[in-house]
Write a protein that binds this ligand. Sequence first.
Ligand code: LLP
Length: 432
Amino acid sequence: MQEYRSFSLGDQGELKIGGVSALMLAKKYGTPLYIMDEDQIRWNCLQYMEAMSRNFGRKFQVSYASKALCVKAIYPIIQQEGLCADVVSGGELYTALQAGFPPELLHFHGNNKSRQEIQYALESGVGLFIADSMEELETLEELAALCGKIPRVSLRIKPGVDAHTHEFISTGNIDSKFGFCYETGEAMEAVKLASRLPHLNFCGVHCHIGSQVFLQEPYALAAEVMTRFMMEIGRETGKVPEELNMGGGFGIAYGPEDKPLPIGQMIDGLGQAVKAGCQKYGLELPTVIVEPGRSIVGPAGVTAYTVGGVKKIPGGRVYAAVDGGMPDNPRYALYGAAYQAVKAEDPAGERTMTVAIAGKCCESGDLIAKEAQVQPLKAGDILCVFATGAYNYSMASNYNRLPRPAMVMTWQGQDRLAVRRETYEQLAQNDL
Ligand code: LLP
């Protein structure tokens, strides 16, 4: 069983999440079911807030990356914990606003924001735009002028750093669709444009080197490049930007081979690197922002499935088929991600079975894990898959017309529905 504060054993040895029996939740809400432990989410937020304040005093922000899990129920939690949030689309913006999240605490990201999205964000009073292209700066200027606003604007920079993670989620190197390139001079061109445009308040620089990163070194390298760039901006324009956003990407444990450093340690390393850069380049310490997503919600999530059957292929694998699959968790199909699972009835029992956890879609690649060590399984068992809180619900699809699962939140022995299960009617509601 993974060692997070959320998990404990009940009187019968069954799995409890946030003090609530997973078996009971599966019965009450049905499966597949996303279970999020609010206590764990809050604890993760607190780790960031404490570490950032330890390193940067009052000059910091922790901005939750909504893309990891964007449902209304997340926003009151992160607001109460003192975080801001980033959104990357009109849809995420809408969800955050619907949840009552203050627009001034929202940062608007995205590499190809549409005019409508920019307009919507301007009208809503979003606190910060992180611009990704020259065209976006021009459009933002035009629309800001039309509605008489001067939005705060930061620029996404590619610092040219290798994050040592999966190619699909590595974003800081030059050959990436995101942001302005430092090395080619494009980033400085963008700074000059942003500083010149009268309806933009150019206030910061941003980088995000990638996701599921375990090493401190890439962040330190990025901090060095970014502080150097800030010094150069001061030299070129006469004004050093006041904000430095170092992005997110801090890795979590999916399996025993993943060894993330504690959040506090990652942030301490980042703090040292930023301060060293500022000292080297003669800068005042800027307001430092980080944008964690996965590490806030990922470990707080468990998906409960019902096992439909166990197939033993002579001389081959054992397949345990579950009632969900790639539509609720596409991460094996996309990245070959491996998940750990337990039988909810006996999570501490001996793991004598090696199974491929197979979904119910018409694809051989529809797996949750290829080789999971689990307690002996049979049809009807509830199987709980760990660390599914990030990039599962937010990347879920209706492939094979499977309705998206419900989501419940647990909190110190209590449970509440956060997202209803989709219905067949909803699946077909836009079809004409
Ligand atoms: N900031 C920016 C600008 C980002 O692009 C991202 C993630 C984050 C922050 C948050 O990164 P995190 O702390 O969650 O690692 N679908 C992939 C992950 C894609 C991440 C994209 N950007 C996955 O399932 O692994």
